[in-house]
Design a protein around this ligand. Structure first.
Ligand SMILES: O=C(O)CCC(=O)C(=O)O
Length: 326
């Protein structure tokens, strides 16, 4: 896998602004309707955050004004230059039948794309699962751990362990929705495979990155379901819809419990793709189902200006950067 192929193209923040603007205009009616439906719980949490924030000191607000003016100017200057890129991206969203999912990301903060659209056939799901079980076993042996597996086994930086992971990273639906959220110069930050068995600890609710009100998230996650995700009893990932608009991550213990905060657990067949913004509150229910395992492969992306969690740039060898890898 070439370093360059970890990127999905080139772009600037102005591209993103243009693109987001285009999609948001297209989705305005849906967004307005959705805002009216903000669950009272989310609305209340948002007010708590706003009330807790101190008004910024005078020089801060002046600086913000100046920065906003510069941003507006650069938007104007870049508008023409990036119009073509926006048009191109809108075409990709339509071509891949992702309109509904892009709008959901914007309005609800997360979405589930079905296998008919991800193109993950049962054969591909099986190939990914086989690779994950192999890596999990090898890593278990390396650490010399207890052969009785823990209730959740996470394998970090799996990308280079098998070609099938590289193919998954290039999945067109995933690339398109990550670009929609972050822009087309997003880079891979981490690749994590998880096998989750019966167990009683929830994955606490959290946001993946800074959540202060901003039109541009710094990170976004895409997770392939490689087994059926079976709601709460299956220990599925769970989200608080609209929470990307709250402007803070969970700040009290009670808010980190998926059940207490009323998180919605995912029900989705193997081959589906979950995508969420870094600001969206998410976690997972404990898996109560004694049989089987929940298996997934997750790719966390960030803006290219940010440090990545895992060291891809540093570990790709120059001889691996062949055209074949693009
Ligand atoms: O395993 C899950 O379902 C949740 C994963 C998660 O929240 C994360 O990796 O940030």
């Amino acid at each position: 896998m070439a370093g360059a192929s970890l990127r999905s193209g080139t772009g600037t923040s102005a591209t993103r602004l243009q693109r987001v603007a285009a999609h948001v205009v297209a989705a305005a009616a849906a967004a307005a309707a959705a805002s009216k439906l903000l669950p009272p719980r989310v609305e209340q949490l948002r007010h708590e955050v706003q009330a807790a924030r101190q008004p910024p000191p005078h020089h801060t607000s002046r600086l913000e004004e100046l920065l906003a003016a510069r941003l507006a100017l650069s938007r104007l200057q870049d508008a023409e230059q990036h119009a073509a890129a926006v048009t191109q991206e809108a075409a990709s969203i339509r071509e891949l039948q992702l309109e509904r999912f892009a709008v959901e990301l914007d309005t609800r903060g997360w979405t589930v794309v079905p296998p008919t659209i991800t193109g993950l056939t049962p054969q591909r799901v099986e190939a990914l699962r086989r690779a994950i079980y192999r890596v999990a076993e090898e890593r278990q042996q390396q650490v010399g751990g207890d052969p009785a597996p823990e209730s959740m086994q996470r394998c970090y930086m799996v990308l280079f362990e098998d070609r099938v992971f590289e193919e998954a990273l290039m999945n067109p639906a995933m690339r398109c929705l990550i670009s929609f959220l972050l822009g087309d110069d997003a880079v891979l930050s981490s690749s994590i495979a998880t096998i989750k068995r019966q167990g009683h600890a929830p994955f606490v609710m959290h946001a993946d990155g800074p959540t202060e009100d901003r039109s541009q998230p710094l990170g976004a996650t895409a997770m392939f379901c490689l087994s059926d995700f079976q709601g709460e009893v299956g220990g599925a990932t769970a989200f608080v819809p609209f929470s990307h608009r709250i402007g803070a991550g969970p700040w009290r213990d009670e808010l980190t419990d998926p059940a207490a905060v009323g998180a919605e657990a995912v029900n989705a067949p193997a081959g589906s793709l979950l995508v969420w913004s870094e600001a969206t509150w998410h976690g997972a229910f404990p898996r109560l189902e004694p049989e089987g395992e929940r298996v997934d492969l997750l790719f966390y992306h960030v803006l290219s200006s940010m440090l990545t969690e895992e060291t891809y740039r540093e570990t790709v060898r120059i001889d691996e950067m062949t055209l074949d890898n693009y």
